[in-house]
Design a binder for this molecule. Structure first.
Ligand SMILES: NC(=O)C1=CN([C@@H]2O[C@H](COP(=O)(O)OP(=O)(O)OC[C@H]3O[C@@H](n4cnc5c(N)ncnc54)[C@H](OP(=O)(O)O)[C@@H]3O)[C@@H](O)[C@H]2O)C=CC1
Ligand SMILES: CC1=C(/C=C/C(C)=C/C=C/C(C)=C/C=O)C(C)(C)CCC1
Length: 339
């Protein structure tokens, strides 16, 4: 029973043995947890791996460890703070300048159940990092992804999206009482809606985009829950805990599957529970909500302004001009975002 339960919980390993020699993978939040093991597995398969992390010391330590373990020298650490639009723009600019192509983008970084913190730009940190940061990054890398087609975008969502609700009147928790669990669920629902809308917009380009719930994985994601790994490893519950939660190495298998497997060629706009396609919750299938979220997100990150009026604002320095104009034109949604 224990073995069967364990297999059920882990969901197994990526069945594909595909190698990715010469392919470039950009992965966010790759210094620990699922991201780090995804980076290691893809480095083992021959990829050129760009790890985007906010803490350069942790990032370089992880990159060094991966280079050592896989004997792949092409594993690079780059600064990326998804809680800062300036940092996202600098990171994307550097990728565009340094990389000939981007074959896979894995939007992996995430935070869960933090206090009511705000990003540098005034967004709720869970909405800002988990959704808006990746929304901006992906859009900034779209031309590169299109040039590199067939290419893939993978968004780490979560089963938590099923209880999520997008509150368009108060995306950033400024009007109602802050609920950190719901803020996480909203951000993860946003990941699935973004996946579906982006897939629609990328139809015919050769760039695919899918969302995945990696299972329940013992990582640092629970760091804001007040519980610590040590409390569990030393308790009598430890054997049960380890039966129900998988290791980061196994947690990375679904991202690896979506990134490399032959079965995923041309598959787009889908939601995966580990390596099995599932229908997401009804609110994630709402096309009008997906379109609206795209529009609001574009405005919040200053993309719409650039596309329509001011091409010069695409640089890291120029973005704030676009955001400032949004402040004057957007009304409540933007003031709620603190712009
Ligand atoms: N673990 C699980 O059971 C599940 C995880 N997921 C999703 O999987 C993804 C990976 O999570 P997991 O590995 O578990 O979590 P971890 O907390 O172990 O890793 C999260 C990573 O995101 C990084 N990160 C956080 N904030 C920022 C930021 N502002 N800028 C750049 N990077 C940042 C962290 O960096 P740092 O170390 O510096 O904080 C870390 O590298 C998340 O999107 C999560 O929602 C979904 C369902 C279940
Ligand atoms: C609770 C807990 C941990 C991990 C929690 C994690 C990893 C939670 C995952 C949450 C999920 C499933 C999120 C879905 O989006 C630790 C730190 C290992 C140790 C002790 C207690």
């Amino acid at each position: 029973c224990a073995v069967l339960l364990k297999n059920h919980v882990t969901g197994g390993r990526c069945p594909s043995k595909a190698t990715i020699n010469g392919k470039t993978v950009v992965i966010t939040g790759a210094n620990t947890g699922i991201g780090k093991d995804t980076a290691r597995e893809l480095a083992k398969r021959g990829g050129r791996i760009i790890m985007g992390c906010r803490d350069m010391e942790k990032c370089e330590a992880a990159a060094k460890e991966i280079r050592g373990k896989t004997l792949n020298p092409h594993v690079y650490s780059r600064r990326l703070d998804l809680a800062s639009m300036k940092s996202i723009r600098e990171f994307a600019e550097r990728i565009k300048q340094e990389e000939q192509h981007v074959d896979v983008l894995i939007n992996n970084a995430g935070v869960m159940r933090c206090p009511a913190w705000k990003t540098e730009d005034g967004f709720d940190v869970q909405f800002g990092v988990n959704h808006l940061g990746h929304f901006l990054l992906t859009n900034l890398l779209l031309d590169k992804l299109k040039e590199s087609a067939p290419s893939r975008v993978i968004n780490l969502a979560s089963l938590a999206h099923v209880v999520g609700k997008i509150d368009f009147e108060d995306l950033n928790w400024e009007k109602k009482k802050f609920d950190t669990k719901q803020a996480y669920c909203q951000s993860k629902l946003a990941n699935v809606l973004f996946t579906r809308e982006l897939a629609k917009r990328l139809h015919g380009t050769g760039v695919t985009v899918n969302a995945v719930h990696p299972g329940v994985v013992a990582t640092e994601l629970g760091r804001h829950t007040g519980l610590h790994q040590s409390q569990f490893s030393s308790s009598v519950l430890s054997p049960f805990f380890s039966l129900l939660v998988k290791s980061p190495e196994l947690g990375a298998q679904s991202s690896v599957y979506l990134a490399v497997s032959e079965e995923m060629e041309g598959v787009t706009g889908r939601y995966y529970d580990v390596m099995t396609e599932k229908e997401p919750a009804p609110q994630a299938l709402d096309e009008e909500a997906a379109r609206r979220l795209w529009e609001v997100s574009s405005k919040l990150v200053g993309l719409e302004e650039e596309g329509q009026h001011d091409k010069s604002s695409t640089s890291a320095e120029g973005w704030s001009k676009a955001a400032q104009t949004q402040r004057q034109t957007l009304g409540p949604a933007v003031s709620a975002a603190g712009l």
